[in-house]
Design a protein around this ligand. Structure first.
Ligand code: SF4
Length: 318
């Protein structure tokens, strides 16, 4: 496997507890990636892989600011060109705080910032904080500044959640130098509790795995990996190819073979529907309806998670 991008899920702890969160992050979660661990990962990776980007997210990475700062600094010292962070802006309580935090990150080499803003995040984080953070970021001048918003069902669906999100985005307004991205929410993790607001398919979905866009390729040779604070190396949320507490990252990547992975071998050949035989043996409820292939994939994996604790991790996703 030739890795080009690594995402650090620095922590699953978060001051928010968004209803759509794939990782079920929240204030009650514990743990974070320590500087020494991240340094080991980055040094090991850059010896064998042409790393182009490092992103830090979670959970909320600004909760462990020293570790976040350390990762960016270390990645800059290793000449990795694109260094980004995704945040909900909980720390930008006023202009002074916002500027102080972002100045520090700019100084150590941060190039890209993504701010999350939608109905879900603004249930916990005042929109004013996002405004403060955007103001500081644009004044300091990063290579790219994004606002990512997640919509319920699809980006043009007219429902209560999306109306609030659209209104908030109008309040933020068009800001020079900021790109706004709108995505439909994924139906996995905590998001599966929102199915009553989603369009469900009449028939069980039988299509192929769409492969997450961030993987930049295919499941045989993915270009992006995520490493979380429990040591799990994941491709899609909840699908794990190894754990760094058990095996070195180098060995995990060297040994990766999609055809040997108990879940991905099936999903890549037959699509998520291929998992139904395994799930049926565990009493999977056949009368459920689904939004799409990924929703089906998640529910089938959830029903067999206990049988594959190393391949279907982190456990908390389920
Ligand atoms: S959730 Fe399953 S079907 Fe969807 S992209 Fe991930 S592995 Fe593929």
């Amino acid at each position: 496997m030739q890795v080009k991008n690594v995402d650090f899920l620095l922590t699953f702890k978060c001051p928010a507890k968004c209803q759509h969160c794939s990782y079920k992050s929240g204030p009650d979660r514990v743990g974070f990636i320590r500087p020494k661990e991240s340094s080991g990962y980055l040094k090991g990776l850059t010896k064998m892989h042409p790393l182009q980007s490092v992103w830090v997210h979670g959970g909320e990475p600004f909760l462990y600011f020293n570790s976040l700062e350390y990762i960016i600094k270390e990645a800059r010292n290793l000449d990795i060109p694109r260094l980004g962070v995704i945040t909900n802006s909980f720390w930008a309580k006023n202009d002074v705080f916002a500027k102080k935090k972002l100045e520090k990150l700019k100084k150590v080499g941060l190039t890209v910032l993504t701010f999350s803003s939608d109905f879900f995040h603004q249930e916990f984080i005042p929109l004013k904080y996002v405004k403060n953070a955007l103001k500081a970021a644009t004044a300091l001048g990063f290579e790219k500044i994004y606002v990512d918003s997640y919509f319920v069902d699809n980006v043009s669906a007219d429902n209560y959640f999306n109306q609030i999100t659209k209104k908030n985005l109008e309040i933020l307004g068009d800001i020079e130098g900021v790109e706004f991205h709108r995505f439909p929410m994924s139906v996995e993790g905590r998001g599966t509790d929102l199915t009553e607001y989603l369009n469900l398919m009449a028939e069980i979905p039988t299509g192929n795995c769409p492969v997450p866009f961030w993987i930049e390729g295919h499941l045989q040779n993915p270009a992006t990996i995520e490493i979380d604070c429990e040591g799990n190396v994941t491709l899609c949320p909840g699908i794990c190819i190894g754990n760094t507490k058990i095996q070195s990252l180098t060995k995990i990547l060297q040994d990766y073979d999609v055809d040997k992975h108990p879940i991905l071998s099936i999903v890549s050949k037959e699509g998520p529907i291929g998992l139904i035989k395994l799930a049926n043996e565990q009493g999977f409820q056949k009368n459920q309806r689904f939004v799409n292939e990924c929703h089906l994939c998640y529910e089938l994996r959830k029903s067999v998670q206990l049988l594959y604790p190393y391949s279907l991790a982190p456990e908390y996703c389920y």
